[in-house]
Design a protein around this ligand. Structure first.
Ligand code: SAJ
Length: 404
C-alpha cells in the first residue's frame, strides 16, 4: 500500500493513476473539506481526463483521509511555497509531512518526495530529521526524490507518457521506486542521485522560463520598430535548429515563475541569465499596461472601467490562478492607484477578486477595450462576439487585433 501525502494538483492525479493501475492507495490531505469532497465522489479542480480517471480509481482500491497511515511506501506531493523576499524555497510543508510519516511508518520504509525543491533542500532540511529519528528508533527510512514533470492542462497524458527522474541514495531503492512508477508510466525512467534529481527539475523549468523571456524580449524589440514579432518568429522557426516560444503577457503558475528564483537565490552572481529572464518575464504585465494606455489614447477611452481583461487563470483551460499575469497586472495597477477595470474568466465559477464579472455578456456590455490575457477555448469559440470591440490580443489568436 502507498500513502500519498497532499492531494492537490500533483498528488490527486498521481494517487488516481496509481490506483487505476492496480496499486492500493491511501490519499492523505490535512484539508478536511477537500477530503470530504473527494469522498463524496467529486474532483477538486478542472483537468482534462481527471474525472474519468477518478471513476476508474474509485472502482479500484483508493481511500481519502486526513490521517497518515502505517505502511512502507510514501509519496509526498505537498506544495513548496517560496519566500519572495529571499528567493528561497519554504520547505515547511515537506518537513511537517516527513515528521508525521516517520512517526507512523513501517520499520523499513521508502519515503519519496515529489514536490519540487531547490537543489540541496533534502540534504539540508529533510535528511537530518530522518537520520535523527533513525538513530533514536530501529527504523530504516530510505529517502528518494522523484520530481513531478506533468503539465497542467495535459496532466493525465503526461503522467502516462513523460519520462521521469528518480534520485535515490541507493540504486536498489531507486529501482524499486522506478517499478512503482512503471505501473503507469510508459516512458523512460532514469535513476540517479538525489542532488542530481533536485537540480534537474529546477533546470527544466528554468530552461523554459529563459526561452519564454527570449520571445518576450523580441516582442518589445519588434514593438519598438513596429515589426510583426509573430511573423518573425514563424519565419525564424522554419530554420531546422530554431524553435522560439510564444510571447505573452507574462509567466504565471506555481512552477516556471518560481523555480528559477531558487537558482538565483542559491547561486548569486552565477545565475545571471536566469535572473535577467525572470526580470523580463515579470516586466510583461507592465508592457501590457503600456499597450492598454496607448490604445486608450488612440481610441479616446478615458475611463479605465471600460477596459476588460479576459482571462484570470495563469494559462488556457485551467482554473489555477497562482501567479497569473492578470493578477500581476492588477497588482501593478493597484500600486499606481488606478481605478478597477473589469475581469472575466469562463474557467472560474467563483468570484475571487472584486472587479471580476461572472457573466460573459455582462462583461461585453460593460467594456470597450478587451485585453485577451488567456487563450481559453471559450474565447476562440466566441471571437465573433468581441470583434466590434477594440481588442488587444496578447495571445495572438484573433486576426485583425492589436498585439503586444
Ligand atoms: N507561456 C508563455 N509562452 C509559451 C509557453 C508558456 O508565455 O510559449 C506561459 C504560460 O502562459 C504560463 C507560463 O508560461 O503563464 C507557464 O506555463 P507552461 O505551460 O509553460 O508551464 P506550467 O507552469 O504549466 O508547467 C511547467 C512544465 N515545465 C516545463 O515545461 C519545463 C511542467 O512540465 C512541469 O511539471 C510544471 O511546470 C511543474 O509543476 O514544475
Amino acid at each position: 500500500m502507498i500513502n500519498i501525502i497532499g492531494l492537490g494538483y500533483i498528488g490527486l492525479p498521481t494517487a488516481l493513476i496509481l490506483a487505476a493501475n492496480g496499486k492500493k492507495i491511501v490519499g492523505t490531505d490535512y484539508n478536511k473539506e477537500l477530503v470530504q469532497t473527494l469522498n463524496a465522489g467529486e474532483t477538486t479542480f478542472e483537468e482534462k481526463g481527471l474525472k474519468e480517471l477518478f471513476t476508474q480509481a474509485i472502482n479500484q482500491e483508493i481511500v481519502f483521509t486526513t490521517d497518515y497511515v502505517t505502511t512502507n511506501k510514501y509519496i509526498v506531493t505537498v506544495p513548496t511555497p517560496y519566500e519572495k523576499e529571499n528567493k528561497k524555497v519554504d520547505p515547511n510543508f515537506i518537513i511537517k509531512a516527513v515528521e508525521s510519516i516517520i512517526k507512523v511508518c513501517a520499520e523499513e520504509t521508502i519515503l519519496v518526495i515529489e514536490s519540487t525543491v531547490s537543489p540541496g533542500t533534502i540534504d539540508k532540511y529533510i535528511r537530518p530529521i530522518v537520520e535523527k529519528w533513525m538513530s533514536q528508533t530501529n527504523k530504516l527510512i530510505h529517502l528518494v526524490h522523484a520530481p513531478e514533470r506533468i503539465l497542467p492542462g495535459n496532466m493525465i497524458e503526461e503522467l502516462n507518457y513523460n519520462s521521469r527522474t528518480i534520485g535515490a541514495d541507493d540504486e536498489k531503492i531507486g529501482l524499486q521506486v522506478k517499478s512503482i512508477y512503471q505501473s503507469f508510466c510508459k516512458a523512460e525512467i532514469v535513476v540517479t542521485d538525489i542532488r542530481t534529481a533536485e537540480m534537474t527539475k529546477v533546470v527544466e523549468n528554468t530552461y523554459r522560463d529563459i526561452n519564454i523571456a527570449f520571445a518576450n524580449e523580441l516582442t518589445k524589440i519588434c514593438r519598438f520598430d513596429n515589426l510583426d514579432v509573430h511573423k518573425i518568429i514563424d519565419i525564424a522557426n522554419m530554420h531546422p535548429r530554431v524553435n522560439i516560444l510564444n510571447p505573452g503577457p507574462g509567466v504565471g503558475g506555481h512552477c516556471i515563475s518560481v523555480d528559477p528564483w531558487f537558482l538565483v537565490g542559491d547561486y548569486p552572481g552565477l545565475a545571471n541569465i536566469i535572473l535577467t529572464a525572470r526580470e523580463i518575464n515579470d516586466s510583461m504585465p507592465e508592457h501590457v499596461l503600456e499597450r492598454i494606455h496607448t490604445l486608450m489614447k488612440k481610441y479616446q477611452i478615458t475611463d479605465m472601467n471600460k477596459i476588460g481583461l479576459y482571462g484570470l487563470t495563469y494559462k488556457p483551460d485551467v482554473d489555477d490562478v497562482r501567479e497569473s499575469p492578470t493578477l500581476q497586472l492588477l497588482e501593478k495597477m493597484e500600486k499606481h492607484l488606478a481605478p478597477p477595470l473589469k475581469v472575466y474568466d469562463p474557467m472560474l465559477t467563483t468570484q475571487i477578486i472584486d472587479n471580476q464579472l461572472m457573466n460573459f455578456d455582462e462583461f461585453l456590455a460593460q467594456t470597450e477595450l478587451i485585453v485577451v490575457m488567456v487563450a481559453h477555448t471559450h474565447i476562440k469559440k466566441n471571437v465573433s462576439k468581441i470583434i466590434d470591440k477594440v481588442i488587444l490580443d496578447t495571445q495572438n489568436i484573433i486576426e485583425n487585433s492589436y498585439k503586444l
